[in-house]
Design a protein. Structure first.
Lengths: 492, 492
């Protein structure tokens, strides 16, 4: 391979990093744990964001923007939430730099510009938002509030990985306020469905919808719903969460409303979010040893056309024909790039667009033109075919749909083949060590057992699937009775 | 006035704040100098952002994302830039909170989690971006780099005002890298033109394109181009800037490229930005004592329809007719809201949408339905007319275009009527105190004179207009010879 990418078998983790860096999605930065999202990676994020944003608006949500900083006194108001995030907070303590008298040309923090109250850089915005909602909500007429925010957040993680776990990341966070618990729960589940629909039908990434155990719940939530995806190494990746927050934040920030009977009650809340982490999930769900494989529905470039020619005359003839193909594809809403740059050979370009995961590549030369055909290469299967230029635009439109479906089906088949049942501790440990994937097993429902399994086997309960059948059994560790299986896995 | 808004004459500054708060654009927050952008204000920002983003992409730019934090050692690398922003930097010094042993349930900054190097929350991103570009640029083939970023930035301003000057604000910042000074200058001017086009043709806000004096230049720039707008109190508001940065940042971060002859040279740079400040400009450029006046092209709601009825039967008949109007308007790409909520009277709704600056209001009752007409009210002129329902959709489409134009023409006439010439110091001071607006006057070209005028008259040189005619004259303060007039004003 001229691309110099590690294979999955050689070094899965290096393979992932190679795809991100060499696929031009992101770059390391000078700031510990923070990344630079490069134009190609950001274009991917824009496509994902636009689809999600449309879905949020279609379900009645509006965007807003709240401050980056959370005063410490607000941050600590909801105790569990504060406790959950305190250990990873970037804190602003000063508001000015000054010339360093000891080092000419250098700056130092001005000790006289110390803030009276420290500001936490938001790791999540429940606190600042519920403090704001207090001023917006008096009566049931002010409810529901259905607000989403696209923003950057900071969590000072000790071990970081591009996209998967970075100190700063981009995300959206929905924060809704409701008059009843039932309505808030409906919202929680609705947004989980929006996420699952997005993951499966746009990212082509099958997910399992479920509920987190108390141990794995969002700090400050009553219930955390999640979608879990399986990566090609069999590990789980939490791809999105939707939290039913009960009245916890309303109580912490004293947000009450008067109902139709003029009785005062605390407001019910939800929050839900997905982040640039999804890009990491996307990469690990589909790609191969030649590079990225991007689903057509969110790929920044859906079709690339590479001309093969000798001399100006051939080039001009190709330009004309390709021009009309490009026009036809664009008219069908397909994003297309004609790469006629003369500083690289066609073979180099083929490898480059393979690496970048462009779903369809067309190659066309002088003889193709004579024969009225074009070579069409699919990124997902690497099949190549010579296709007639008549009606090529519609052919490609259909092909893109087929690729989208194929990528999903392939990932779905992989997922199904890698969920195993374990009915004893030995079987469980053996499976974990020998077979990639999730394990469906009985658990006694206690946090103690869950902790112990995590300690012994480095596997966590990813979720209790929503469509779980009830079934009598015995906990794989404690042997105590259990009424349903849960999904275990090692996770990102 | 039921709306309880200060009039411009009573208290211009209070009028502005009332429009922002009561028009539901933004809210104060618990964080000093930071605001909450409410859904209606954010929808306006989204519309502005989308137009700009499209223009950036049409001119060959791509979006990317760089870290929020700038390590102090990078921040101080370009000395002038660092000096310019050092006094207003929020600084992260710690990365963890812990339980306060003296105050149960409270948190404190963990003194053991002090960063080795402090992180500046970006006030602008030249430093972190040029440090990144160093890794991206080796040869002329890597140039130009045409990148834009949509982001939040923080400048610790002592006196803040909603949208106009907030500690945190949203903006876009373009950062481009070029092989030649000439190319960078072309880019600088191109983006100024993009801003001017956006301000005039979308925000309906006439601007004057010009160059800043050395005193008013961006810290680290060789030349700052700007667009200046005139507010209704005659004060100037800098609405956008585009900087030619020369090789300053390339030198500070050692970014060199080899040209076609294999010679090494430093890269040439530009940066350019507009921010949520534009919303403040928009409000002050057009609104009146009844509320906001938003230009149709960026208004979140272009048309509102208010039904007037007694009883369910009338309501049903109206619903049907309005349904078809809504459908027809949407088909023309017009955003429309049918406000049939029953908790407020029509008169209240009229005032509410006036306050919110919705360009066109339709009111329709049972008798209108019989007569096949609808009452159409324009927000800009407050004219009302009864218009036939036949072809109402096209009528409204044309009306929106007329309103867009009228708002611009009105602001343009105001601007032209409020640029005065002063040929002596007395005339200058007298004009400043008695007539709102800009003053065109001769200046000797020295920073000393400029400083002195600022000190004596609280007016600054807003710009040297790009289309300035040359003309011999004498500086209004020093009496020294001058070859052109410049524009003075008091400014936001």
């Amino acid at each position: 391979m001229g691309k110099d990418i590690a294979t999955r078998e050689q070094d899965y983790s290096q393979w992932y990093n190679d795809l991100i860096i060499k696929g031009n999605l992101a770059d390391y930065s000078a700031v510990r744990g923070c990344m630079v999202i490069k134009p190609y990676g950001y274009a991917l994020w824009e496509n994902m964001r636009d689809v999600l944003d449309k879905k949020f608006k279609e379900t009645g949500h509006q965007n807003a923007y709240f401050p980056l900083f959370v005063p410490k006194s607000l941050f600590e108001a909801e105790e569990k939430n504060a406790e959950g995030f305190a250990k990873e907070c970037a804190v602003v303590t000063h508001y000015r730099l000054k010339s360093d008298p000891d080092k000419p040309g250098k700056l130092m923090v001005d000790p006289e510009a110390k803030l009276e109250e420290e500001l936490v850089v938001r790791p999540t915005s429940e606190a600042i938002i519920w403090n704001t909602y207090k001023g917006w909500i008096q009566s049931y007429r002010d409810l529901p509030i259905l607000v989403n925010q696209w923003a950057n957040v900071v969590r000072w993680e000790m071990r970081t990985r591009l996209f998967l776990r970075t100190a700063e990341f981009l995300w959206q966070e929905g924060h809704t306020a409701h008059a009843t618990a039932a309505e808030a729960l409906i919202e929680t589940k609705l947004m989980l469905d929006v996420y699952a629909d997005f993951a499966e039908n746009y990212m082509a990434m099958p997910v399992i919808k479920g509920i987190k155990t108390a141990n794995e719940r969002f700090a400050g939530a009553e219930e955390t719903y999640c979608i879990e995806a399986m990566m090609q190494d069999g590990k789980a990746l939490q791809a999105g969460t939707s939290h039913f927050l009960g009245q916890n934040f309303a109580k912490a920030f004293d947000v009450k409303f008067s109902d139709k009977e003029n009785k005062l009650d605390y407001v019910w809340a939800t929050s839900w979010g997905v982040s640039t982490r999804l890009i990491g999930a996307l990469v690990m769900a589909h790609s191969d040893d030649d590079g990225l494989i991007l689903p057509p529905k969110i790929a920044p470039i859906q079709v690339v056309i590479v001309p093969i020619f000798k001399g100006e005359e051939q080039k001009l003839a190709l330009d004309e024909k390709v021009g009309s193909i490009v026009k036809g594809l664009k008219a069908l809403g397909i994003s297309v790039k004609y790469d006629d740059s003369d500083n690289q050979r066609p073979g180099w370009k083929f490898a480059e667009y393979e690496l970048k995961g462009v779903p369809v590549r067309l190659a066309i030369g002088a003889r193709d033109l004579e024969n009225n055909v074009v070579e069409v290469a699919r990124r997902d299967t690497k099949e190549k075919q010579s296709i007639s230029l008549d009606g090529i635009e519609l052919y490609i439109k259909n092909l893109l749909e087929e690729i989208q479906l194929n990528i999903f089906n392939r990932a779905k088949a992989f997922q199904e083949a890698h969920i195993s049942k374990a009915d004893s501790w030995d079987e469980f440990v053996n499976l974990l060590d020998t077979k990639a994937g999730f394990i469906s097993a009985h658990w006694d429902g206690t946090s103690e057992t869950e902790d112990k399994i995590k300690e012994l086997a480095k596997a966590t309960i990813r979720c209790i699937p929503l469509d779980n059948p009830l079934e009598d059994g015995k906990c794989i560790l404690s042997g105590n009775p259990s009424t349903q299986r849960v999904l275990f896995a090692r996770a990102y």
